[in-house]
Design a protein around this ligand. Structure first.
Ligand code: C2E
Ligand code: CA
Ligand code: CA
Ligand code: CA
Length: 274
């Protein structure tokens, strides 16, 4: 009994250290990833569900490292948030987004705006607003062309303070979108107090369309309420024609997902959608 206890303990620690080692490797490699040009951005179209025309894009970050290969953002963003690298990375992503958006507009693409994910850690920077304004100005864009995607979680921690922060961004003209809506615990009734412009229905709800009529009813209710509150509404992760049809039938405005397009490089986006 003693022997096997020892073995299972050893097994357990080696499992753990494997995970710790991977985290550590990512942590270390991240620090030089920008200098080595390993990080770049891609853009996924958001389209009008009625006309099927592209109306905006969302920036998604990509990282390819020599030894680690492609590392998914779901994996490295949380590590960058823990080690503080997200601050530098966040500015890089914002800068690259503005640069590419200008390129898209110059090539004749008629886009209302570009959506950029901003981590809750970035909002801890006291001069984030001023820094982002200066990047927007340098690229001769308007703040109203930039939609900042925040997570529902950000609004649920330090609610009063974070609502004030978002208000200051909106006062300057930035649009605010709540990402992954429905995955947190915010109540629908508290929605109306939030300084936001757009709600993104999480992919998990879109996945369930058609399978269960009560899921359909939940999405329908979110869309109806958002419209009453004058929010624009984006459904993410649309993969099938029947999901698209259902969303269009309940008057959801905007869609995003592999069915319409995967996230792609700016050159490809221009070539395909001009
Ligand atoms: P998110 O912001 O919810 O982004 C949507 C994710 O769903 C993206 O994954 C996108 O590629 C994927 N997706 C889009 N359409 C479909 C679809 O039809 N089917 C499926 N299966 N997936 C679809 P990605 O690029 O791997 O990003 C994952 C998450 O990493 C993002 O979730 C976001 O939380 C974070 N992330 C990505 N880029 C950035 C960034 O620039 N900054 C920050 N702070 N976070 C980012
Ligand atoms: Ca997002
Ligand atoms: Ca999302
Ligand atoms: Ca997500």
């Amino acid at each position: 009994a003693k022997e096997s206890g020892k073995n299972s303990f050893r097994f357990y620690t080696s499992e753990l250290s494997l995970e710790t080692e991977e985290r550590l490797n990512i942590d270390i490699a991240l620090h030089s990833a920008l200098e080595k040009n390993e990080i770049y951005v891609v853009f996924q179209p958001q389209y009008n569900l009625e006309t099927k025309k592209i109306v905006s894009v969302e920036t998604l970050v990509r990282w390819e490292n020599d030894t680690l290969g492609f590392v998914a953002p779901d994996k490295f963003i949380p590590i960058a948030e823990d080690n503080g690298f997200i601050i530098e990375l966040g500015y890089f992503i914002f800068e690259e987004s503005c640069k590419a958006f200008k390129q898209m507009k110059a090539s004749g693409l008629e886009l209302q705006r570009i959506a950029i994910n901003v981590s809750s850690i970035q909002f801890k920077e006291p001069n984030l607003l001023e820094a982002l304004i200066s990047i927007v100005k340098r690229h001769e864009l308007e703040a109203s062309e930039i939609e900042i995607e925040i997570t529902e979680r950000f609004l649920m921690e330090n609610t009063d303070k974070n609502i004030k922060t978002l208000q200051s961004f909106r006062d300057y003209g930035f649009k605010i979108s709540i990402d992954d809506f429905g995955t947190g615990y915010s109540s629908m009734s508290y929605l109306k107090q939030l300084p936001i412009d757009t709600i993104k229905i999480d992919k998990s709800f879109v996945d369930d369309i058609g399978e269960n009529s009560s899921d359909n009813a939940i999405i329908e209710a979110i869309v109806a309420l958002s419209k009453k509150l004058n929010y624009s509404i984006v459904a993410e992760g649309i993969e099938t024609g029947s999901q698209e049809q259902f969303l269009e039938s309940i008057k959801c405005d905007i869609g995003q997902g592999y069915l319409f397009s995967r996230p792609i490089l700016v050159e490809e986006l221009i070539a395909r959608f001009r």
